[in-house]
Design a protein around this ligand. Structure first.
Ligand code: FMN
Length: 201
């Protein structure tokens, strides 16, 4: 085995090593509101759900090289709201386009001609073409080094009908296939190759 010291000699490679090993990661395509009311959209794969009572999500925008927060973090702090839009293969290319660095206030949804839909519990709209979306309010934001850890509570979930069975209140895992992020910087995976293992009772 090769041993690496991410706080020492190998610190400059920490991002690349960790983000290529801890895979696949889900992708939060986060919408937030800019100061002028336009919609900011950006993907984050330092993201997951972390509990159900309360329903908790976390995503982590790293700071820019000059130490300033990314627009998503800045908007979350100001408005206290965000929406996590989930991403399937059909949306992969446009999702990546919205990761371009653009000046604050430039709306990626307008730039990429992405239709939005009104949310119920928050003012931030969701991306209409996303197969699912989580309306969130910010619980807290922690700053650890260059990372801003945005903790959010999920207030509403939207799932496209074809992926949800209302009688059993079950997401149809055999149909819902979000993409995952693989090795840094440009690799992704599909999630349609499933297998099942029953848990011991
Ligand atoms: C699939 C994908 C995942 C990403 N994940 C993260 C992440 O977890 N943290 C981060 O700081 N940047 C991440 N980025 C880069 C941001 O999307 C990019 O810096 C973006 O410009 C931030 O936008 P904002 O300033 O509007 O928030 C990711 C990019 C891609 C394509």
């Amino acid at each position: 085995m090769i041993e690496l010291d991410l706080l020492g000699a190998h610190a400059p490679r920490a991002y690349s090593i960790l983000s290529s090993l801890v895979t696949p990661r889900p992708i939060a395509w986060v919408t937030t509101l800019n100061e002028d009311g336009s919609v900011n959209a950006a993907p984050f794969s330092f993201f997951n759900v972390f509990g159900a009572e309360p329903p908790l999500v976390i995503f982590a925008p790293g700071d820019r090289d000059d130490g300033s927060p990314k627009d998503s973090a800045r908007n979350c702090r100001r408005t206290g709201e965000f929406v996590v839009n989930l991403v399937d293969a059909a949306l992969a290319e446009v999702m990546v386009k919205t990761s371009a660095s653009v000046p604050y206030g430039v709306s990626e949804t307008a730039r990429e001609d992405l239709e939005t839909a009104a949310s119920s519990a928050v003012l931030v709209p969701r991306i209409a073409a996303a197969p699912a979306a989580l309306e969130c309010r910010v619980h807290s934001i922690q700053q650890i080094g260059e990372n801003r850890i945005v903790l959010g509570i999920v207030h509403r979930v939207h799932v496209r009908e074809e992926f949800f069975e209302s009688e059993t209140m079950r997401v149809l895992g055999e149909k819902f296939h979000p993409i995952g992020r693989m090795a840094s910087p440009n690799w992704y995976c599909k999630t349609s190759d499933l297998f099942e293992i029953a848990r011991p009772s």
